[in-house]
Write a protein that binds this ligand. Structure first.
Ligand SMILES: N[C@@H](CCC(=O)N[C@@H](CS)C(=O)NCC(=O)O)C(=O)O
Length: 209
């Protein structure tokens, strides 16, 4: 099993977190955007959109991180990373979608205005608008987690929702957002709990070390 990825990509890391939590061996093939790897004929044959992650399992190639994690749950049902109760499972998928659609959306704006622009060339208004969107989503995460009252997003057991949100939250920390602020008490404890798991260190992006 191989994952084609880029260091630091939250979409890639969520698939690696699921693989590691399930105890599945995989090889990470790190591609480079600046070296043109994503637009190479080999990679476009794996994913015509030229994005990562891509999972390779024998003859099977899958792109889109959600399709990959659903495939992994079907292929390796134990240990389960989805709640047993169907209603809870539905709520877990809502939490995943909120991360991918809304948090991922504001994060793209941050990336376009922070990660991809040299500090002296940044437009402060665009940066502050982008960061305001991130803070609003972090507030929602905090409320959701604190109101459920468990260590993890769905309560007492880790699920795919945690493994989806974690890499996105950590990435905004790298963009300068104070994710350890006092108002994010539940989120801070949740991150600390996830950081004790072997999957955290194993999937920690190489260039962040
Ligand atoms: N919806 C896709 C999003 C994947 C995505 O946007 N990945 C980024 C890396 S974080 C990418 O490959 N970008 C291509 C590029 O920057 O050229 C998924 O969930 O897999």
């Amino acid at each position: 099993m191989k994952i084609y990825g880029m260091s630091g990509s939250p979409f890639v890391r969520r698939t690696e977190l699921v693989l590691t939590e399930k105890g599945v061996d995989y090889k990470l093939v790190t591609l480079s955007r600046v070296d043109g790897d994503l637009q190479s004929p080999e990679h476009l044959a794996r994913n015509p959109r030229g994005r990562v992650p891509v999972l390779e399992d024998g003859d099977l190639l899958l792109y889109e991180s959600q399709a990959i994690v659903e495939y992994l749950e079907d292929r390796y049902p134990e240990p389960a990373l989805v709640p047993a109760d169907f209603g809870d499972r539905g709520h877990m998928r809502v939490a995943e979608m909120e991360c991918l659609i809304y948090f991922g959306g504001v994060l793209t704006t941050v990336a376009q205005n922070v990660f991809m622009v040299a500090p002296e060339k940044r437009d402060p208004d665009k940066v502050s608008d982008a960061l305001a969107g991130v803070l609003a989503e972090l507030d929602r995460l905090e409320q959701r987690g604190a109101s459920r009252g468990g260590t993890y997003l769905m309560g007492g057991d880790i699920t795919r929702a945690d493994l989806t949100w974690l890499p996105f939250v950590e990435l905004v920390g790298r963009a300068g957002v104070d994710i350890d602020a006092d108002k994010y008490g539940w989120t801070k404890a949740w991150r600390a709990a996830l950081a004790t798991r072997p999957s955290y260190d194993k999937t920690y992006p190489a260039h962040w070390r």
